[in-house]
Design a binder for this molecule. Structure first.
Ligand code: PRX
Length: 655
């Protein structure tokens, strides 16, 4: 598919960026006056309590500061400031797994946020700067808790509900959280599941920092209560005042931490700011999704990931939009669930991940045609490269060849979109993230900053600081510098490197080619190979292990582990039963240490790993083997070059 798809002009009246001329004009404004143009947007978009003194402070690079001296509050920006004009507009439309519905208008949202903020302050002693871990399902109270933290200046750290007790504990301890907000559980595929027991388990093994646990009732299942520690949200909330002053937050005060995988075993607590983050969340919401006053926008992500933070809660609410929150899964009760919801709520923008698109395509090629999807204008994808067949189905079957597809490239660290089509303006090449957004100096370069030649793979870098960029790694400034500013330079200065490879074509279109580090992208979620390896090594019989990504029809990439056992089953064929048992045990450990998202799809038990004489595992060889590619790497530097052939035979089941 080499065609170019042009936006349908009728679909996009009065868009903020209506055509490429406007796009180029904005890009040139930023080129001519970078800080002045950012200042113009900051003045126009943010309801400042106190004006800032300086747009960009680069004196302590790469610890950049934006809008220093300014005071504002993100909850005020997202909720309170809208009360004058939108108090009865739906802010959040919630649909539960069972089809139960709830609508919170901006007035009701303000009421709930204030009561919750007062509860956090008065009942749990939470103050500005304290960390609050939110371990919640997709229910409105999760968004309310985030905003309540923002209102009083507490820093939230959301832990995805699919993470295990161990993973939750590590994140609680690293952030030194005082309070955990959770629920008894929730519903998935028509059945209740539990979260509170996971919190109990996490807190049993350390976490002295946590003084209180606040529990929302969702599924009503029995849970245990620890006296003096556990409190019922639904009870305490009743007596709270619905009035709460917004804490005055300096622009650079942290809004949240969100842990994400890196190339070592320890997840990184990505720290975001208040003003710069919310500014870009709001601007991209308006530019990339083209949300209009009467639109209903739906992002299917989970709030446990950055997409949920920026494009379910902060971006849509800052833009005064109506955002849909969905507790269920797209395939329950059947593959028409999403399309039924699009029809029912007359969704105008639908944002999901390629993995969901591939799954829905597979389960119901014609399913979308059974519903009226004519309200849709913008279809978004995020999290991983989208393959052309999935793109085509999304465009033709879901969008009726009438919607713009925005393939949005960004990361936990970028806070919001950085490379993406603009729905009214960008001529789209399928499965291509297209151009950098205005204000974002995204460039495909070599390590020394020279532009990568057209058609070749280079490093996806952002060569100037931007307002919504990561500010630090919690508790680890050195790792922050090393992880993001250690690899690439431009004009001799370190620049932000995303960890992704990319290619640029002769017309300047950017295609993301995937991670260049040891991070696997499973269903659009980042998984560090070192994290999975650390879990596998906990098995008594594992001597060494190397984990790589393996292409997967639905997930994009699955996890494949090469394992060397302490006691090796001698004959592979005869030991199949043992191997299956071992695989179960190992996956059991992974589930307990990280969560079901990190389970291995396949494992190969091998006599050794391809190591150099200095002991470094040559993962590229292992990646090639699992993809069935010819080995092009030089194997002569290996301690035992013959191991490559042996591993190949085992993986290909030749032995
Ligand atoms: O490899 C890129 C991939 O997802 C990574 C970021 O993951 P995370 O921080 O969990 O955030 C996911 C949601 C923003 C990136 O380094 N990625 C994200 N969007 C795209 C993508 N790869 C290709 N195309 C995209 N549109």
């Amino acid at each position: 598919m080499n065609n170019i798809f042009y936006p349908n002009e009728e679909q996009f009246q009065n868009s903020p960026i209506p055509n490429m001329e406007t796009y180029r004009g904005l890009v040139s404004d930023f080129e001519k006056d970078y800080e002045g143009t950012w200042a113009k947007f900051a003045d126009e978009k943010i309801d400042w309590f106190k004006p800032y003194d300086k747009v960009l402070d680069e004196s302590n690079a790469p610890f950049y500061k934006w809008f220093s001296g300014g005071e504002m509050n993100v909850a005020h920006q997202c909720v309170d400031r809208h009360l004058a004009t939108k108090k009865n507009k739906a802010a959040i439309i919630f649909e539960g797994d069972n089809g139960d519905q709830q609508v919170l208008t901006y007035r009701e949202l303000a009421y709930e946020v204030n009561k919750t903020a007062n509860m956090f302050k008065n009942e749990f002693g939470i103050q500005k700067g304290d960390r609050v871990v939110i371990y919640m399902p997709m229910i409105p109270e999760a968004a309310v808790s985030m905003l309540a933290c923002a209102k009083i200046g507490a820093i939230h750290s959301i832990v995805f509900g699919g993470f295990s007790a161990e993973a939750l504990r590590d994140r609680i301890i690293d952030a030194e959280a005082k309070l955990v907000v959770t629920s008894d559980g929730a519903y998935r595929k028509g059945k209740p599941y539990m979260l509170k027991p996971v919190v109990d388990k996490a807190l049993e093994s350390g976490c002295e920092c946590v003084k209180k646990v606040c529990i929302v009732e969702r599924n009503g299942e029995d849970i245990t209560w620890v006296a003096g520690r556990d409190y019922a949200y639904n009870e305490l909330i009743k007596s709270q005042s619905p009035k709460c002053d917004a804490e005055l937050m300096e622009s650079e005060d942290p809004l949240f931490l969100l842990y994400t995988s890196g190339s070592t075993g320890k997840p990184k607590g990505v720290q975001h700011s208040s003003a710069g983050y919310i500014l870009w969340a709001q601007m991209t919401m308006e530019w990339v999704f083209d949300v209009k006053e009467n639109d209903t926008y739906w992002c299917t992500a989970d709030i446990g990931w950055i997409t949920g933070h920026t494009y379910i809660v902060y971006g849509p609410l800052a833009a005064g939009a109506t955002t849909v929150m969905f507790e269920g899964v797209p395939t329950f009760p059947d593959a028409g669930r999403c399309w039924k919801m699009v029809e029912e709520y007359q969704i105008n923008q639908f944002y999901t991940a390629p993995t969901a698109i591939r799954l829905l395509h597979k389960m119901g090629e014609d399913e979308p045609s059974k519903y009226d999807l004519s309200s849709l204008r913008v279809l978004g994808t995020v999290g991983e490269p989208i393959d052309p067949p999935a793109w085509k189905w999304y465009y033709e079957q879901v969008g009726n060849s009438n919607c713009s597809i925005v393939d949005t490239y960004w990361q936990t660290e970028t806070g919001g979109h950085v490379v993406s089509p603009l729905p009214a303006a960008t001529p789209i090449k399928p499965a291509c993230a297209t151009f950098p957004l205005p204000g974002i100096s995204a460039e495909v370069i070599e390590e020394d900053g020279t532009p990568t030649p057209v058609g070749e793979k280079g490093f996806m870098c952002i060569t100037k600081p931007w307002p919504s960029m990561i500010r630090n790694i919690w508790n680890d400034s050195e790792r922050f510098k090393k992880s993001y500013f250690g690899d690439c330079k431009k004009d001799g200065q370190p620049v932000y490197f995303s960890g992704d490879g990319a290619m640029i074509d002769e017309e300047g279109y950017i295609t993301i080619t995937g991670r260049t580090d040891d991070v696997i992208n499973v269903s659009g979620h980042r998984m560090g190979t070192a994290e999975v390896e650390a879990a596998i090594k906990k098995h008594d019989n594992v001597a060494s292990v190397a984990v790589v990504g393996k292409p997967h029809e639905i997930k994009g990439e699955g996890i494949f582990a090469y394992i060397v056992l302490k006691s090796v089953p001698m004959e592979h064929k005869d030991e199949i039963a043992d191997e299956l048992e071992l695989m179960k045990e190992i996956n059991g450990i992974i589930k307990a240490e990280i969560g079901a998202i990190a389970l291995c799809d396949a494992m190969a038990f091998v006599p050794d790993l391809p190591k150099t004489r200095s002991g470094k595992i040559m993962r590229r060889i292992l990646r090639s083997i699992v993809k069935g590619e010819a080995i092009t790497q030089d194997t002569s530097t290996l301690e035992d070059p013959s191991i490559v052939g042996t591993i190949e035979s085992i993986v290909n089941n030749d032995v």
